[in-house]
Each structure stands twice: as structure tokens, then as C-alpha cells.
Design a protein around this ligand. Structure first.
Ligand code: SAH
Ligand code: SF4
Ligand code: F3S
Length: 472
């Protein structure tokens, strides 16, 4: 291109394309006589949300003003496909977006994320959603600037979806949603292939980041005002196994703990099969790791857990919970549960209820099993009919909520540290923050407290949150 050399190395190559896009966007903005706006919209989990912050970082760098919602010059949906309803939501909103684009022909629409890793989805978009400008997947979001440039210069729909990757590109721009807390990817992908789950197919094989890259990122975040990090991975307990110099998750946590200025460390998700005694030990002695563990159960039936390919049974799970509670008495436990996995009988379901009653979770995400094409469970011929699943789901929800309400109240009367996050939505004289166990607390306060950790007296529990008073 006119003798210009495009760098081959990353991230330099992307910074080159960010500059090229910047020029193009500036031209467009001049033509329209106003700044251009962009809006990344997240449909999925916390990893998906973190990816959206990376998209936002690049969009901002190339000259877009970030806005929320669909009224923007560049809208990108970062999709999720873990359950069918996540998928349907995307098509629904995309239809509406197509209508908006008819009135604003210069608008750009992009799709990325887990759903784009499915061949049938991309085929359907190509056929019936021709107004989409750019489609890419989970493995090449670092190429976002290069792909936008390709779209701007070709004027055609650009599709770039990779099957898998071994590559991790560091040091790209990121635009955080909160100034004081941030997600940090410690690994990508999943190797577990739980038989109901599509994530390993759309996120590829497990890859851990080098500890030094993670530490450097957190140090920079702290220098930029972050006091709390959430370490992200589909199974953080298997972190570091495939690094050239293997490191355990517990060892990584100990290194992160040393970072001065960092106050709180959270992580998710923990797979019960890989949760080590070493990790429990490190958590019990840590000053910074929040006393909260999200430990997905999925089912309480050992028979189903085997078919789900979870590699633990009911007894092992309960033993693990006992170990955690013995070592960390004030620990808060949360979980994910699936109702209606193929072949689930009333007895299997009762086993799940039994675990719920024994563990007494602080909260639980409950899901109705959703058939995902390509997973082993989708081919099982004993799918449970909706009229059987729905009442079970309602029974579980009721049980979970009752326990959660009781458990949430157990801190009443204590004074505990709260990270203040925002002015209360409903009452501007209050601020809202989070306890170490992730519960919300509302108390009288002002905007200058946002991002600070303060001691709050927990006066009254209102179901799933507290009303409190700040200790001076
Ligand atoms: N890696 C995490 C979970 C990621 S997906 C872990 O293993 O714990 C988040 C949750 O979605 C899962 O824990 C599971 O409860 C739920 N889920 C995954 N696939 C599902 C499906 N096909 N139907 C219903 N729920 C599902
Ligand atoms: Fe899915 Fe299992 Fe991997 Fe979690 S561990 S992402 S449930 S395959
Ligand atoms: Fe959804 Fe992908 Fe997360 S499928 S749950 S956004 S890893």
C-alpha cells in the first residue's frame, strides 16, 4: 500500500490499523459535522463483558465516542450461546437494529462473541441478515481494528471466524466500565467438555496467561485507581497447568496478594473437581481474597453428574464444602444448578434439593437445561419434557430463595468493610456498595466515597441486601 509497511508483529500491527481507522473515522465525522458514536453491547458472562471492555478500548482509540444502547453509529453485539434464550435475544434485537439502519444507512453493525463460533449462525446471518457489516468470533477479537479497517475500505460484509487459537495477544487498549474494579482474564477456553455445555466448542482449548503478564496488568490497573480485581476463567482451578513453567492457581493468588494498593481479589469460576487444599489454605490466610466461592454444583445426583462429565459425585462435593466451611467459617458459597438434564428423574432432582439444603448457598443461579447442538447431551434420547421440568424448577427456586434470604441475614449487627460502587439508583442520598461476600449494602453517603472501602454497620437485612450506616 503506497510503500507503507504494515507491521506483522502483534500488537504493533493492530496499533497500525487503529491509526488507519482513526483517519477514516475523522473523515467521516467531518462529513457529518459531528462526532461518531459507538456502543458495544454484552449478552454473556463476565468473560464476555471483559471482552466488551477490550472492544470499547479499541473503539475509543479510533475516535468513536462511547455511548450506551442502540442509538449509535457503530453497534456491536458481543453474543452468548450458552443457552438457547441467549441466542434468541440476539436475533430479536438484531431485527430491530436492521430497521434502525434502514433510516441511518451510514450506521455500522458488528457481531462477535460465542454465538459467531457456530457455523449455522453465521450461515443464517449471511443469508437473512445482509445488513450486518462485520462478523468475527472469540479467538480474534484482538484484530478488531484491522477488521473495521477492512470493512471501511472494502464496503463489503467482512467475516472472520477462527476455529481455535493458541495465541494470546497482550497490551491492547481497554476501556473499563468501573474506574475502581476490573475483571482480569487469567485464562481462556475450557477443556472440560461437560456433556451439556457448548463453551468448549466456542471458546476453544484452555490457555493460561503468563503470571508476569497478569501481574503487570494488575499493577497497571492499581496505578490507575483499581482496588478490586476479579480473576476470570472458565475453570480457574486448572490455571497454569499447561504453562512452560507450570504454576498453580493458589501460587498465582499469592503473587497477586503482594501487589501494593490492591485491596480485594475475587475469582470465578471454580470447578469442584480441581479445587485444591492448597487453594483453601491460601484463601483462609489471605487478607485480600474475598471470602466468597462460586462453586457450580449443576446437579446433586451422582448418577447425573457422571453423565454430565463433571468428575465429582455428591459426596465429594459435600466433603469439599465441609472443608471450605471448616477452614473459612465466614465463607459465602454460591452456585449454578441445571434442572431437567436428559434423563433426570424425581429421585435425581431430590438429590439436588438435598445438596441445596445441606450446603445452604448464599445464592444460586438456577437454569432450565437447554439443548445445545453439537454437545453429547443434545443427542441423548431421554430429554425431559417441559411440563416436568418447569414445576421442578419452581420448587428449586423457592427452596434456594428461602435459604438465601436466611443466610443473607446472618451478618446483621456486624460492622464490615464495603467497597462503595455508586450512588443509589432510587435514592440519591444513599450510596451502594458490596461486602466481601458480594452482597449489596445501601447506606447514607456521597459521591466522593465511590471507589473507597469503608466500614459499614449492617443494621438491617432486607432479603438480599442490607441497609447500613457508615462508621466514622
Ligand atoms: N465454567 C463454568 C460455567 C460457565 S457457563 C463452570 O463450569 O462452572 C455458566 C453456567 O451455565 C454453568 O455453570 C451451567 O450451570 C449453565 N449452563 C451451561 N450449559 C447449559 C445448558 N446447556 N443448559 C442450561 N444451563 C447451562
Ligand atoms: Fe462448560 Fe463445564 Fe467448561 Fe464450565 S467447565 S465452561 S460448564 S464445559
Ligand atoms: Fe456465554 Fe460465551 Fe460466556 S457462551 S456464558 S458468553 S463464554
Amino acid at each position: 500500500m503506497y510503500g507503507e509497511i504494515i507491521p506483522k508483529k502483534e500488537p504493533e500491527r493492530q496499533y497500525y490499523f487503529m491509526e488507519k481507522c482513526r483517519e477514516k473515522i475523522a473523515e467521516l465525522s467531518k462529513e457529518l459535522g459531528r462526532p461518531l458514536t459507538a456502543s458495544p453491547i454484552t449478552f454473556g458472562c463476565q468473560m464476555n463483558a471483559r471482552d466488551s471492555e477490550k472492544l470499547a478500548g479499541i473503539l475509543e482509540k479510533i475516535g468513536y465516542q462511547l455511548v450506551e444502547g442502540e442509538d449509535a453509529d457503530f453497534v456491536i453485539y458481543n453474543t452468548c450461546t450458552v443457552r438457547e434464550n441467549a441466542n434468541l435475544r440476539v436475533y430479536g434485537r438484531l431485527g430491530v437494529l436492521g430497521g434502525i439502519k434502514k433510516k441511518h444507512p451510514h450506521m455500522l453493525i458488528a457481531l462477535c462473541g460465542c454465538m459467531m463460533q457456530e457455523k449455522e449462525v453465521v450461515e443464517k446471518l449471511q443469508k437473512s441478515y445482509r445488513f450486518v457489516d462485520l462478523i468475527f468470533g472469540t479467538h480474534n477479537i484482538y484484530k478488531f481494528a484491522e477488521l473495521i479497517y477492512q470493512r471501511l475500505t472494502s464496503g463489503k460484509m467482512v467475516i472472520d471466524v477462527w476455529k481455535d487459537t493458541t495465541r494470546i495477544v497482550e497490551d491492547l487498549p481497554v476501556e473499563r466500565k468501573y474506574p475502581f474494579k476490573s475483571g482480569v482474564n487469567i485464562m481462556f477456553g475450557c477443556n472440560n467438555f461437560c456433556s451439556y455445555c457448548i463453551v468448549p466448542y466456542v471458546r476453544g482449548r484452555e490457555r493460561s496467561r503468563e503470571p508476569k503478564d497478569i501481574i503487570r496488568e494488575i499493577e497497571r490497573l492499581v496505578a490507575d485507581g483499581v482496588v478490586e480485581v476479579m480473576l476470570l476463567g472458565q475453570n480457574v482451578n486448572s490455571y497454569g497447568k499447561n504453562l512452560e513453567q507450570p504454576v498453580t492457581f493458589a501460587q498465582l493468588l499469592q503473587e497477586i496478594e503482594k501487589i501494593e494498593g490492591l485491596e480485594r481479589i475475587r475469582f470465578m469460576t471454580s470447578h469442584p473437581k480441581d479445587l485444591s487444599d492448597e487453594l483453601i489454605e491460601v484463601m483462609a490466610h489471605s487478607k485480600k481474597i474475598c471470602k466468597h466461592m462460586h462453586l457450580p454444583l449443576q446437579s446433586g445426583s451422582s448418577r447425573l453428574l457422571k453423565i454430565m462429565n463433571r468428575h465429582y459425585d455428591k459426596e465429594q462435593y459435600l466433603t469439599l464444602v465441609k472443608k471450605l466451611k471448616d477452614a473459612i467459617p465466614d465463607i459465602s458459597l454460591t452456585t449454578d444448578i441445571i434442572v431437567g438434564f436428559p434423563g433426570e428423574t424425581e429421585e435425581d432432582f431430590e438429590e439436588t434439593l438435598d445438596v441445596v439444603r445441606k450446603v445452604r448457598y448464599d445464592s444460586a443461579f438456577t437454569f432450565i437445561y437447554s439443548k445445545r447442538t453439537g454437545t453429547p447431551a443434545a443427542k441423548m434420547d431421554n430429554q425431559v419434557p417441559e411440563e416436568v421440568v418447569k414445576p421442578r424448577f419452581d420448587r428449586l427456586l423457592k427452596e434456594v430463595q428461602e435459604i438465601s434470604r436466611e443466610e443473607s441475614a446472618r451478618l446483621t449487627g456486624q460492622t464490615l468493610p464495603v467497597l462503595v460502587e455508586e450512588i443509589n439508583d432510587h435514592d440519591a442520598s444513599l450510596v451502594t456498595g458490596r461486602l466481601s461476600n458480594n452482597l449489596l449494602v445501601h447506606f447514607p453517603g456521597t459521591a466522593d466515597l465511590i471507589g473507597k472501602i469503608v466500614d459499614v454497620y449492617l443494621a438491617e437485612c432486607k432479603g438480599f441486601y442490607y441497609m447500613g450506616e457508615m462508621k466514622k
